[in-house]
Ligand binder design. Sequence first.
Ligand SMILES: [Zn+2]
Length: 339
Amino acid sequence: MDKNLMKKTSIFCCILLMMVLSVISIFGKTPSKNQTNMSGVEMLNFYTRQAKEEQEEIVEGKVRIKMPEGIGRGDIRINNDYVNQTVTIHVPETSEKFYYNYPLVGSSDYIQDLSYGFKDGKASIKIILDSVYEHIIEFRDDYLYLSFVEPKSLYDKIVVIDAGHGGTEPGKPAGDILEKNINLDIVLKLKKMLDNTDIRVYYTRLKDENPSFFHRVNLANATKANMFISIHNNSNESYIHGTQVLWNEKKKYKGLGTFELSQILLDEAVKSMGSKDMGLIDGNEAAYIVRTAEVPASIIEVGFMTNDAELANLLTDEYQQKAAQGIYNGILRAFEEGF
Ligand SMILES: [Zn+2]
């Protein structure tokens, strides 16, 4: 081989090597084809291992999320959807490339799945959790640190309130009046009162939607709530009226449980509304909620929508307020009595 050709070949090889190296350095942080088939959690663990190898600071038990330049605490919106065990972090002014270059790293404890969404220059990072957790946020340098804790570690008193039915599931209709709307109206009035207490309340719904029975009960079981109260309205022959509470006879045990809670709620609701006491009903067979709840649970049937006079009452703000007040008084009394 002549000298000139050797020189040319070595220069060519050098350039080729440099190109290969620069491609590796540009894409060094991105997973190989094999790795792109990884789940969100596998990706998180992959980048976390890589960050540790590069001596980056990883805080134990926390997820680290890089913030784009100029984005601070006030710009970030975090939504914790407790019913669906999903935390979504909304980051403005972000390109898809940004989280491609700076993927999440940190602890995958409690995380079931993780995904990134991009729309109109905004990123949304969706984290699906393996149970119901409160999230704690911390800003340091250019990072948001996110950790998850069990509600019971933050709150002594936890109540789950369920507005029966919703969305495509109307409940009992009385003409064009739907049970789901009355249930929600009462819950929204109850919420106003509970907002001023030290009780942490989780609601299965605060709008016209229909979470599954599983998700409704899960909210109470996963948060280890002190009590779970589901609010409904009833139907029967038109002459029947009054208030009933469903409990679970199979879960009657010594101490404070579904029976004691249901009796307190019935007493307080009847007293506040002046309605007829229609007693406690065993709901074990019929009602998924009281059957599957692992915490003291009651379904309060506020009134009968099939009774004209009671239905007229149930449609007024005043009577709904009395119903909410009765349930509220019942919750406070239950805590006083040791729930
Ligand atoms: Zn109902």
